[in-house]
Design a protein around this ligand. Structure first.
Ligand code: AMP
Ligand code: MG
Length: 267
């Protein structure tokens, strides 16, 4: 899955990244789903180890256009993981209090602590995406944020946070089908937001803004992964395996027992 990592400094053109790509896995869709179940089973003990060791912090950032599957990833990739060690933070339109502070203020307080996995459903990247596309602050302000974000993430990394950033890549046609599916299914209609149609019209502007994010903020300490996401099973598989491999690479150990357990008498 290394092929989906954006090399630091690489200029990203999203039309060169195929949202239908399933080349990283050799089996069928059903085999892919079985593989994800195996990854879920691997993730569980890794997360317990992370919690027990109480040393590393893991930050997973999910970004993508509307309907790209951020909620689906949280549901499927983290299935079976102990809820005690995982926290989801969803970043919506900022409140008045949040707007009265710098854009990292609401983000920083929700980063993971020792032994914790935090999943960001949207993030500080909205402050160079929707904010840029809609001109919510002047260019002179948002254009400085790429460097600020890199520095902020460097600090988190230096202090012991593993950062993984996933861009869920779908195309315009896939979004149309997913929005239509929401309209057609009474059980999904609650998810339909008329505002999404307005954002959809801005697809080229969002694409440009995402390309700049991916080109300027993929770093050694906080890389972006461009996840082909037209196929949901493949999207989950890519994220699941990147996550499991990254946790394994931390080479975590259970804390040593303090003393001799055979000498302890429980009365
Ligand atoms: P959803 O993820 O569908 O619940 O929608 C959340 C909405 O909040 C999206 O339309 C985001 O673009 C918007 N949002 C998130 N962060 C910001 C931000 N910093 N400024 C403005 N809008 C934001
Ligand atoms: Mg939405």
């Amino acid at each position: 899955m290394q092929r989906y990592f954006v090399k630091p400094g690489k200029k990203v053109s999203l039309d060169e990244w195929d949202p239908n790509d399933i080349e990283g896995f050799e089996g069928s869709k059903n085999e892919g789903k079985e593989e994800l179940l195996k990854l879920n089973k691997e993730l569980e003990p890794l997360q317990e180890l992370l919690y027990a060791e109480n040393k590393h912090r893991v930050l997973v950032i999910l970004q993508g256009m509307d309907t790209s599957g951020k909620d689906g990833v949280i549901r499927h990739v983290f299935e079976g993981v102990n809820p005690q060690g995982v926290r989801v933070a969803s970043f919506k339109v900022p409140s008045a209090v949040e707007l009265a502070h710098d854009y990292l203020w609401r983000i920083h307080r929700l980063v993971p602590g020792n032994g914790e996995i935090a999943i960001f459903n949207r993030s500080h990247y909205e402050d160079v995406l929707v904010v840029r596309v809609h001109g919510l602050v002047p260019k002179a302000v948002w254009s400085k944020r790429y460097a600020q974000i890199n520095e902020f993430e460097k600090m988190l990394s230096d202090e012991g946070t593993l950062i993984l950033k996933f861009y869920l890549h779908i195309d315009l046609d896939e979004q149309k089908q997913r929005l239509q599916a929401r309209l057609d299914d009474p059980a999904k209609q609650w998810k339909f937001n008329p505002g999404d149609l307005k954002e959809r019209k801005l697809w080229p502007e969002y694409t440009k803004a995402y390309e700049e994010v991916l080109s300027r903020t993929s770093t050694k300490w906080a890389p972006w992964v461009i996840v082909p996401s037209n196929k949901k099973w493949y999207r989950n598989l890519v994220i699941g395996s990147v996550l499991v491999n990254s946790l394994k690479s931390l080479a975590m150990k259970l804390p040593a027992f303090d003393g001799d357990p055979t000498q302890i008498v429980i009365e």
